[in-house]
Write a protein that binds this ligand. Structure first.
Ligand SMILES: [Zn+2]
Ligand SMILES: [Zn+2]
Length: 296
């Protein structure tokens, strides 16, 4: 009897987990880098993350990306906007450059068939959160007008300096003021949330975060989770990523996320330090740990 019952239980699909990978040598090469560490969800930059300049991407390179993706078995690909982009900047020149870069990056993402571009809500540079939120929302409206496809995920931040996004209210306000449409979503970064003061290492803190996301109407908008442990303590507002289970958060927070049915179809992406952890690549060690945590 027990066997018959077991046979009827539908096998769960593999957890959606992977890592941010370099696009050095061509964006299509990221798929091979991900395969080597056992991931099925990928994040890339679509251009250099530290320069305003866009390298030309030919149609052939885009075709190569689509072909490689189709053959790779990778289930989800998202992009991350370059670090120079500051949608909350009070400086006219930086604001304009940020908007132009965001337009270009969203266009590149669309060409690659990538549905979501992750964006930090920016730094208000002393002009105040309210003004920063208004500017960021206005930029999103502007960018969506210029690029008819593709969505943007606003990422939670650790809140260092004048950064917006360490409270979920900031993110809800930006999304509301940008019109709240279906092209807007949320990317949770576990280490940023923790450094921003939400203690998801404890069951009560995790519940609080879920309730806050629900009450602000953000839970269904979560389309990606950056799974990073934190080198910096709770509420430190310091953004330093650590390998899973080796930081101040510990492994239990990640077990909760990996088993949370609300996030079953949400890509979990590592942004932890690269390199070797013993004889294996650190990404491989972290991915296999996350997969184990997902098992009941
Ligand atoms: Zn980020
Ligand atoms: Zn992140």
């Amino acid at each position: 009897m027990a066997e018959t019952m077991a046979a009827k239980v539908k096998p769960k699909s593999a957890p959606l987990v992977g890592a941010h990978m370099s696009i050095a040598g061509g964006a299509w090469r990221a798929f091979d880098r991900l395969r080597k560490v056992g991931g099925n969800a990928l994040q890339i930059f679509v251009k250099s993350n530290v320069q305003w300049r866009f390298a030309e991407v030919t149609d052939d390179l885009v075709a190569k990306f689509h072909e490689t993706r189709a053959a790779s078995g990778v289930r989800e690909v998202i992009a991350h906007a370059s670090y120079l982009v500051n949608p909350a900047s009070p400086e006219r020149d930086i604001y304009r450059k940020s908007r132009d870069s965001l337009v270009g990056e969203l266009e590149y993402a669309v060409r690659y068939g990538i549905g979501w571009l992750v964006l930090h809500p920016g730094n208000h540079m002393g002009s105040g959160s309210r003004r920063g939120i208004e500017r960021a929302a206005a930029m999103l409206v502007d960018v969506f007008e210029k690029v008819p496809q593709g969505g943007i995920l606003i990422e939670t931040t650790a809140g260092s300096g004048t950064a917006l996004g360490s409270s979920f209210e900031h993110i809800a306000d930006i999304i509301d003021e940008a019109g709240g449409g279906g092209r807007l979503g949320v990317c949770l970064d576990t280490s940023h949330i923790f450094a921003g003061g939400y203690d998801i290492s404890k069951p009560s803190g995790y519940r609080h975060v879920k309730e806050t996301l629900t009450s602000l109407g953000l839970l269904a908008r979560v389309r990606a989770i950056h799974v990073n442990d934190s080198k910096a303590p709770l509420a430190s507002r310091v953004d330093r990523h650590e390998h899973i289970g080796r930081g101040h958060m510990g492994v239990e927070a990640f077990r909760r996320i990996m088993r949370d049915g609300d996030f079953a179809t949400v890509a979990k992406i590592l942004e932890t330090p690269k390199g070797m952890c013993g004889r294996r690549k650190c990404d491989q060690v972290n991915i296999s740990l996350l997969k184990r945590l997902a098992k009941r």
